[in-house]
Design a protein around this ligand. Structure first.
Ligand code: GLS
Length: 839
């Protein structure tokens, strides 16, 4: 490597300093330089989009410098590192967050105004990089922000999909998926690293020498290359900047010249294209598992490259393998990257030639596994045949570690054949499959759930037999969200109000517990008035957005009632729309006098349905049909307006969340592992109507049940209800629900979709797995409570303010601190202030 003398070094520092000045002129110069030299346009004529590009490049320059300095510092200190492996990172737009985190938003705003651009408009030019489905991917993004902010030397690893989650359009009330080629106009935030490239092998054969697991030689098959694309992740109020490294697949280096020369030109080109398919598209499923061979290829592809990269970094400063777990912690975001543990084992055995016991100790000292769902349909199981043909040595190693593990279980639980059956990594006899969760549990030193209730369910049922074997492995890490994006950036009015009120500048942005102080102002008129004004401003912004994007006019003086998340039976969007029907029927039967008492509502329901999930798509159609009828019924005079909030994504979440009055989190108890938007809504002063599920339970503990509209059966009641017969449930169908069904059957909401009709028929017949009928009465009652409370605006605002004040626990900074202390055993490493650089 190039060693520069101190004199040269100082010279290099000062060169950078003059380039990266923080004054307006330097900012403008850097933007205009990028317009000319990066984009190849003239500075005398460029559009908003080009201004966005050039501004982003200019900001990225600063981030790259911070990233390099941080990385160099950590290398020089041989720092311990955390690696967060995830198949999804739902980042959202980068420009505003980057500017805010490096504390230069105001400076860029002024500099741009001066040359004729509005920063707010430029923000709108950015495409929303949507390399994730929902909560799981968004959590990964929040964690990156918190790790950088907390000065944790950390990296994210994932896949650079060409196509992110589809764009949702609505035609005739139906969801239509449009491909999201988010890279069409380039991506100024990433740095392509052709110099960081690793080969990844699929298929072929392996031979083994020695006894036990032996030493494997894996040859042949298909070799593709993984190329790194880096995105800098700056922390807030720190110079520290971490790296998100996403891999893209490219054809292997070995071009098949033989075929080419044999005249099979097209065939050899097609083979090369096949390699590129691996990172083409994100699987658009949330909470269900899509068992395609390409998905397994994606998983191994990114894990294999990642393990090579981590080992390379480790070897820069280290030769003692026993130090590996002390210096490297790898967190598995669900089982999607679990094959990384087997890959590390393979490399240690077959490449590094370590003895098995040592290799195994290293693997289990390195990995942690986070489970994100208890839905059985989401637990990944790969066919043994498929694994064997794609990753023969890995399959062999899984058989081997499984055998050793089961022998140990046999010793500890003699005669317990049932347990062996359940904890085995392999299930089935003829059609054998690998249970990836079991692999992940055995290979990890810790396994965590994402909310207290979820972790309890893991211990008591889903992973009960494992919990009894490894009681110390299991712990809870309640999710959190970053207050930078989800309060400071998306709700500047509220952020300003908090800062002004607790008189501490922005310190609360990195210490959300400080916000608790505003609870003392929940009754103070001056403060409450300002809070109301903030909410009205946010509602105006949403009103404008809905008018612009969906052409619907909504009134401002209504309760904004919001349910936005992936469409799924367990999340019960259906229950919400059935309630709306009930409410509509009620209003139709009211006289003028009674109608005057109705709280007007604008009901927003939004979210994407997995393209192959018929029932969920049926719900979308039903919601739109109901909206159509109600919105066009002049007789109810806008007392209800229903908006299907199209294409719900991170960037429009930042608009709707701050504007919500009431926010719905109504999953059947025991199904939603955590939920994270419930935290965002609470931080932004919306009141929750929700079940005792996921993190709602802890939100209620923090802010007080009396400040929420809690309803519904708890986990135990759900279990009991499900254990009853269909006959029993049929006999107890809620009458209002029945009326709502009737209205649908009669065609009040247009021609009926057969799938939906079948679905409703099944509920009527007592097949009610998600407990709509069980919970409907208390849901209606909770909705009525919400109405009554809303009529008392002083009370409503007080509850909202207490919610904000007591939401401190739900900062992802707290979550990451817990991971650091209990799982990764890592402490922050503050890199020296850049002011200490030679000038
Ligand atoms: C999920 C859960 O469904 C959410 O409840 C949870 O908040 C999120 C993050 O932990 O993970 N699991 C999943 O597969 N998709 C999710 O959003």
């Amino acid at each position: 490597a190039l060693k520069v003398s101190e004199g040269t070094r100082e010279n290099l520092w000062s060169l950078m300093n003059s380039y990266q000045g923080r004054d307006s002129r330097s900012i403008q110069r850097s933007i205009v330089n990028h317009v000319e030299y990066t984009l190849g346009l003239t500075r005398f004529n460029f559009k908003d989009f080009n201004a966005y590009q050039a501004t982003s490049y200019s900001v990225r320059d600063r981030l790259i410098e911070q990233l390099n300095d941080s990385n160099e510092y950590f290398n020089s200190q041989n720092s311990k590192r955390v690696y967060y492996l995830s198949l999804e990172f739902l980042l959202g737009r980068m420009l505003q967050n980057s500017l805010v985190n490096i504390d230069m938003e105001k400076k860029y705003k002024d500099a741009l105004t001066d040359i004729g651009f509005k920063l707010e408009e430029i923000y709108e030019e950015e495409v929303d990089p949507a390399l994730g489905n929902g909560g799981l991917g968004r959590l990964a993004a929040c964690f990156l922000d918190s790790m950088a902010t907390l000065d944790i030397p950390a990296m994210g690893y994932g896949i650079r999909y060409d196509y992110g989650i589809f764009k949702q359009q609505i035609q005739d009330g139906y969801q239509v998926e449009q491909p999201d080629y988010w890279l069409a106009k380039g991506n100024p935030w990433e740095i392509e690293r052709p110099d960081v490239a690793y080969p990844v092998r699929f298929g072929g054969t392996f031979t083994k020498s020695g006894s036990g697991c032996g030493v494997g030689r894996w040859e042949g098959g298909e070799v593709v290359m993984a190329i790194a694309y880096d995105t800098p992740v700056p922390g807030f109020n720190t110079y520290n900047t971490n790296r998100l490294r996403l891999w893209r697949s490219r054809p292997g280096n070995e071009f098949d010249l033989q075929k080419f020369n044999d005249g099979q030109y097209d065939k050899s080109i097609m083979e090369r294209q096949r390699a590129e398919y691996i990172t083409s598209v994100l699987y658009p499923n949330d909470s269900t598992w899509e068992g395609k061979q390409l998905r397994l290829k994606q998983q191994y592809f990114f894990c294999c490259a990642t393990i090579q990269d981590i080992i390379k970094r480790f070897k820069l400063n280290n030769t003692n393998w026993n130090d590996f777990p002390k210096l490297n912690q790898i967190q598995l975001n669900d089982t999607h990257p679990a094959i990384a543990a087997i890959e590390l084992l393979r490399v240690l055995l077959d490449v590094e030639r370590l003895p098995y016991d040592q290799a195994w100790m290293i693997v289990t000292g390195t990995f942690g596994y986070t489970n994100h769902t208890v839905l059985p349909e989401a637990l990944e199981k790969w066919s043994v045949n498929m694994l064997q043909s794609l990753l023969p040595r890995h399959m062999d190693l899984i058989f081997f570690i499984n055998q050793i593990f089961l022998e140990e279980v046999k010793r500890r639980f003699p005669g317990d054949g049932r347990r062996l059956e359940v904890v085995s990594m392999i299930e089935g006899w003829e059609d054998k499959r690998v249970r990836m969760a079991n692999v992940a549990i055995v290979c990890s030193h810790h396994v965590n759930g994402v909310a207290a209730l979820h972790t309890q369910i893991l211990k008591a049922s889903v992973f009960k037999d494992f919990y009894e074997i490894f009681p110390d492995k299991f712990l809870n890490m309640t999710n959190g969200v970053t207050p930078r994006r989800w309060l400071y950036c998306c709700n500047p009015g509220l952020a300003q109000l908090i800062s002004d009120t607790i008189n501490n500048d922005d310190d609360w942005v990195t210490d959300m517990r400080m916000v608790e102080e505003i609870a003392a102002y929940a009754d103070e008129q001056g403060f409450v008035d300002k809070f109301k004004q903030v909410k009205v401003d946010c509602k105006k912004q949403l009103q404008h957005y809905i008018e612009k994007t969906q052409g619907i006019h909504i009134r401002l003086d209504a309760m904004y009632d919001v349910l936005v998340k992936r469409i799924h039976e367990y999340k019960r969007q259906l229950m919400d729309i059935l309630y709306i029907i009930h409410r509509y029927l009620q209003i139709l039967g009211m006289n003028e006098e009674q109608r005057r008492n109705v709280v007007p509502r604008v009901v927003f329901i939004g979210g994407k349905a997995a393209p192959g999930y018929k029932d969920a798509k049926g719900f979308i159609k039903l919601i739109n049909s109901v909206a159509d009828r109600i919105n066009n019924d002049k007789s109810i005079n806008d007392l209800i307006k229903v908006v299907f909030f199209k294409n719900y994504c991170v960037s429009n979440a930042q608009i709707i969340i701050p504007a919500a009055d009431l926010s719905q989190h109504i999953s059947t108890a025991g199904t939603e592992a955590s939920g994270t938007s419930n935290m965002k809504f609470t931080m932004n002063g919306a009141l929750i109507i929700g079940t005792m599920d996921g993190a709602n339970v802890e939100i209620a503990q923090e802010i007080g049940k009396e400040n929420m509209f809690v309803f519904g059966a708890d986990v135990h009641e759900v279990d009991r209800y499900r254990a009853q017969t269909d006959e029993y449930r049929k006999g107890r169908l809620d009458g209002r629900l029945r009326n709502a069904f009737r209205a649908i059957y009669e065609g009040k909401f247009g021609a009926l979709n057969d799938d939906i009709k079948g679905y409703l028929n099944r509920i009527e017949a007592g097949s009610d797995h998600y407990c709509l009928s069980l919970d409907f009465a208390s849901y209606v009652e909770a909705q009525e409570r919400a109405d009554r409370t809303y009529r008392d605006q002083a009370l409503w605002n007080k509850m909202a303010i207490i919610g904000i004040a007591k939401s401190g626990k739900f900062s992802s900074d707290r979550t990451i601190q817990e991971y650091c202390a209990q799982i990764w055993k890592i402490t922050p490493k503050r890199i020296p202030n850049p002011a200490d650089k030679p000038q």
